[in-house]
Design a protein around this ligand. Structure first.
Ligand code: NI
Length: 465
């Protein structure tokens, strides 16, 4: 090979290299132009009434606006959306945008549903204007399709004063959710965010389950918790809302044939309510057999913790026509507990009993008889105390129990015993046999209310009837 050839080859090599470089350069330019064009073509704006899309290099807006059956609500929605847009545009600093090339965002979407002739519309706006996270705004509208008017939560209450009850239940449900999530929410924050004012209850919905209340981020908990949605079941609010609540389907699953009786025949007779606390226990089955033999009805104030252990005994009590009341879950002095702890003691027990026999207990015997107006308000049950204390737990003596009953029992008496001790059961049965001879009938608390024609008052404590 001579020099000339070598040079030519070098030249060709250079040429090829040059062409490749040029090609790469052209490709880069073309792609830049294409990207730029593409970006420019993306500065689209679709502005149909109900869908707004705007995309630029630095921000995007995507808004979906619902239809409403009400003109005024439509107008309010439009105003709310416009306000969000204005707020968004004002938050964006154009100079800053150019430098940082940030993609700012405004997204507004909605959910709409109809239940019980109420159209609910819930809008959520997410705005990103820098910072650590989106800013969220929630807004809801409710339209009564029958009366053709806009409504708010308090319009569903029989009495505006019942709002406090909704607030209290919401507070408990949020605290329960906090426990489920293991998130240890700040109780005062929750209390503030669930307080009974209409601003705290702007986002709700009724469905088959009950009243759903939505608390957007920051209302009851920090942003990291997200939204908190709670359901207040109808059986807790059916007395205070002004519409027919749907039948609870779950309750129909458990149907226990109950051996009840007509108390009409017992009216005018001397009656005594014998009550057994702190069970069920391994003595309860024997007691139930004895009661069945004599056809006596009593009331059991059971502990939630024990009811969970002995579901078959709870079912038998109910089936035999005895009354099942609550003695709370773990037998704590309710006066020493926080509101939420009181609620849990009561609510957990009620749940267990309902899961076992299909209905919730309506009577509560607070441990040690300790109660007050505040506890009664939280419990929302009828408080049953006693006027004959057998002191059976102390004496553990059949004869002592028998004597206490014989000494103190009279018409309308409520007798306190515990189905934990054989001595209590034996002493009680002996006394009952004796009292029966004197013409007494043994009835449940519920039967006694009916026999005595006494109207139940949840604010009272009943010692006898
Ligand atoms: Ni007790």
């Amino acid at each position: 090979m001579n020099r000339k050839n070598i040079r030519n080859r070098k030249k060709r090599k250079l040429n090829i290299r040059g062409k490749i470089c040029l090609l790469v350069l052209i490709l880069i330019i073309v792609s830049l132009v294409v990207t730029k064009n593409k970006k420019q073509t993306e500065i689209t704006s679709l502005n149909e009434n109900k869908h707004i899309i705007e995309v630029t290099d630095t921000y995007s807006i995507k808004i979906d606006i619902p239809d409403s059956k009400d003109e005024n609500i439509e107008k309010e929605i439009k105003e709310w959306v416009d306000a969000r847009k204005t707020e968004f545009m004002q938050s964006i600093d154009n100079e800053l945008l150019k430098e940082k090339q940030m993609q700012y965002e405004l997204v507004i979407n909605y959910e709409q549903s109809e239940y019980n002739n109420i159209q609910s519309t819930h809008l959520v706006s997410y705005m990103y204007t820098g910072g650590n996270h989106y800013l969220r705004d929630d807004q809801s509208y409710y339209y009564d399709l029958v009366n053709n008017k806009e409504v708010v939560l308090t319009d569903f209450l029989k009495d505006k004063n019942n709002f406090k009850k909704i607030a209290q239940l919401s507070y408990f449900e949020v605290m329960e959710e906090s426990e489920k999530r293991k998130s240890n929410l700040d109780e005062n924050w929750v209390k503030d965010g669930t307080e009974a004012n209409i601003e705290n209850y702007e986002n709700f919905e009724f469905n088959d389950e009950g009243l759903n209340v939505l608390f957007p981020p920051y209302q009851v908990a920090p942003w990291s918790e997200g939204e908190i949605k709670v359901v207040i079941p109808y059986d807790k609010i059916k007395d205070i809302i002004n519409f027919e609540v749907p039948e609870n389907k779950e309750n129909e699953v458990i149907k226990i044939e109950r051996n009840t009786r007509d108390v009409e025949n017992l009216k005018g007779k001397k009656v005594i309510a014998v009550t057994f606390d702190d069970g069920p226990s391994n003595k309860t089955e024997y007691l139930l057999q004895e009661l069945e033999k004599e056809d006596w009805k009593v009331t059991f104030f059971v502990l939630g913790s024990r009811a969970k252990e002995y579901p078959e005994l709870i079912k038998k009590m109910y089936k035999d026509g005895h009354e099942i009341g609550s003695h709370t879950y773990s037998h704590l002095n309710l006066k020493n507990l926080s509101d939420y702890e009181i609620y849990k003691e009561i609510n957990n027990t009620n749940k267990i009993i309902e899961e076992t026999i299909g209905i919730k207990p309506q009577y509560l015997r607070p441990p040690y008889g300790n109660t007050n107006d505040h506890i009664k308000e939280i419990a929302d049950m009828t408080t049953i105390l006693w006027n004959v204390d057998t002191l059976d737990w102390k004496s553990r003596n059949e004869d002592a129990v028998y004597k206490e009953i014989m000494k103190n029992a009279s018409d309308g008496s409520i007798i306190l015993l515990h189905d934990l001790y054989q001595t209590s059961i034996d002493g009680a049965i002996k006394a009952m046999k004796e009292l029966e001879k004197q013409g007494y009938e043994f009835v449940t608390i519920d039967e006694m209310f009916k026999i005595k024609g006494e109207e139940i008052d949840k604010n009272k404590s009943y010692f006898n009837l």
